[in-house]
Design a protein around this ligand. Structure first.
Ligand code: HEC
Ligand code: HEC
Length: 223
């Protein structure tokens, strides 16, 4: 059993520190004391996760996961299996671009598997709000890239994995209504391998920055 302390880690922001203190108060690590949940989270784990989501994670991601600040990804309606995998990747420090390191490594460090599963279920069940509309020119080119890829540059159609409606599946994340700025930054991190995922590295490798911009604008404006 973990001991309830949150290690601050390489944290840069005062907001993070404040949020960590909140976590300390909410005894984030010790829910369901001793019960190892192999399957779906029980009612007390769900309640605990909801409290953390609203009081701690909500500072950045919004209480219901519809964050308003473009730096903080929207989590509402995201697929639970993907969310779970990302939280574990932050905890094991394998998802490591600079923002992941400074914001999320400390946040995930003391989350146990049961709490991670319950947080993932909480966000997956929230209703995603549509993002702000982007400029029409971008959106049109972005839709084309999303649906058809760029065959001449070896870029595959995004829809083949993320789905025709960009809602994803359990294995591929939802991209619809995600913040344009966040999507752009992730594409850059996949390209440079700072976020080291072979599939998306291959996809992003030959994308030029105006193309990334177009596809990100398109995705933000999708419901
Ligand atoms: C101080 C702000 C802050 C707080 C508090 C915070 N996060 Fe984050 N979170 C971020 C940032 C910034 C990113 C994007 C990191 C990156 O760019 O790679 C992120 C990314 C994520 C992602 C990845 C989303 C995706 O689409 O891949 C998940 C999941 C997540 N956070 C869950 C949580 C949970 C659960 C909590 C509460 C325990 C939490 N966050 C608290 C700032 C925060
Ligand atoms: C062959 C399947 C595949 C294709 C094609 C694909 N993706 Fe992905 N994408 C993935 C997988 C798998 C992940 C999750 C990576 C991880 O586990 O961290 C992902 C993650 C992402 C993310 C990060 C989401 C988040 O919340 O952090 C973005 C952004 C993204 N893809 C955009 C695109 C775009 C844009 C295209 C088309 C140009 C595309 N993808 C094509 C498989 C694919």
């Amino acid at each position: 059993m973990r001991n309830g302390k949150i290690s601050a880690g390489p944290l840069a922001s005062g907001r993070v520190t404040a949020a960590l203190m909140l976590i300390g108060g909410a005894a984030i690590c010790c829910a369901g004391s001793g019960v190892r949940a192999e399957e779906s989270p029980d009612a007390s784990a769900q309640l605990h996760a909801r409290t953390i989501a609203v009081t701690v994670c909500g500072t950045c991601h919004g209480a219901d996961g519809n964050s308003t600040q473009p730096k903080f990804p929207r989590l509402a309606g995201q697929n639970a299996k993907y969310l779970e995998a990302q939280l574990k990747a932050f905890r094991s420090q394998s998802r490591g671009d600079p923002d992941a390191i400074s914001y999320m490594w400390g946040m995930a460090a003391e989350l146990d598997d049961e709490t991670i599963a319950a947080l993932a279920a909480y966000y997956a069940a929230q209703k995603p709000e549509a993002g702000p509309r982007a400029a029409q020119a971008h959106t049109t080119r972005g839709r084309e890239i999303y649906e058809k890829g760029i065959p001449a540059e070896g870029v595959p159609a995004c829809s083949s994995c993320h789905g025709a409606d960009a809602h994803g599946t359990q294995d591929f994340p939802r991209l619809a209504s995600q913040h344009e700025q966040y999507i752009l930054k992730q594409l850059g991190s996949f390209q440079s391998n700072m976020r080291n995922v072979a599939i998306m590295h291959g996809v992003a490798l030959n994308l030029k920055s105006p193309e990334m911009q177009s596809v990100a604008s398109f995705l933000q404006s999708q419901p």
